[in-house]
Design a protein around this ligand. Structure first.
Ligand code: MN
Length: 245
């Protein structure tokens, strides 16, 4: 039994090596996520909780994912469970149609639905090893921000400048055009029918155990765990109009 499993692993490893980079990407969970639907579930981290140690400690990752994100999912389910016309919508539609939702659940959907969308995007764009993207995405960054260094600088400034909790994100439209936004609290670009290519959570729960009040240090270190292959996958989906959240 053990020998057979080892042989299977050796064969699988050989196939991955032969197939090269495409296979390596296929082995990782896709960063192009389906539009979540009710009942909402907490997506598993696509890597071990220690995978982002270069920027984020294990305890923070576990608390952030297993407790905070899980609570947003539970609260979102509780908000919509007795409102079937809302529960029938995918998450992107709930957020895009927020002003039309019953007032009694609007804030709960805004906070917990926005949070579920933002955190679901957040996990898979990490777990990488930083560096700088090339290809079409690298070209788009140079075109829309001047250079990769200017993107990082603008992103970090927006993150530091966001008062209180919130997110800093790079949006991508269906033509591939990139733009930088900071949003307060758990607001999602899906509320404006826009799509985040990637982004970072600047609420203290994302960094406080290691960085305390030093948000700028967290933002600077975060680039070391950015997963450019995953973000490139999301960029290709954005170009095809297939980035749901
Ligand atoms: Mn968070």
């Amino acid at each position: 039994m053990l020998i057979m499993r080892r042989r299977a692993l050796v064969l699988a490893g050989g196939a991955a090596l032969l197939a090269g980079r495409a296979s390596a990407q296929a082995a990782r969970a896709s960063a192009v996520l389906a539009d979540p639907v009710y009942p909402f579930v907490l997506p598993p981290l696509p890597y071990a909780a220690g995978a982002n140690e270069a920027a984020i400690d294990v305890a923070t990752m576990e608390l952030h994912h297993d407790k905070h994100h899980a609570a947003y999912v539970a609260n979102l389910n509780a908000a919509v469970k007795d409102v079937p016309q809302v529960a029938a919508m995918p998450l992107s539609a709930m957020l895009a149609k927020l002003p039309e939702l019953p007032e009694a659940i609007r804030n709960a959907v805004r906070n917990n639905g926005g949070s579920h969308a933002n955190h679901s995007m957040f996990w898979p764009v990490m777990g990488g090893s930083g560096g700088e993207p090339g290809g079409e995405l690298g070209t788009a960054i140079a075109r829309d921000f001047g250079s990769f260094a200017q993107l990082k600088d603008g992103f970090n400034r927006a993150g530091v400048g966001q008062f209180g909790s919130g997110w800093v994100m790079v949006l991508a439209d269906a033509t591939g055009k990139l733009s930088l936004v900071a949003r307060p609290n758990q607001d999602s670009p899906l509320m404006d029918a826009k799509r985040a290519l990637f982004g970072n959570d600047v609420w203290e729960h994302a960094y406080y155990l290691r960085y305390q009040n030093r948000r700028a240090d967290y933002l600077a270190a975060w680039w070391n765990v950015v997963n450019w292959p995953a973000i490139t996958e999301r960029y290709q989906a954005a170009l095809g109009g297939k980035l749901a959240i």
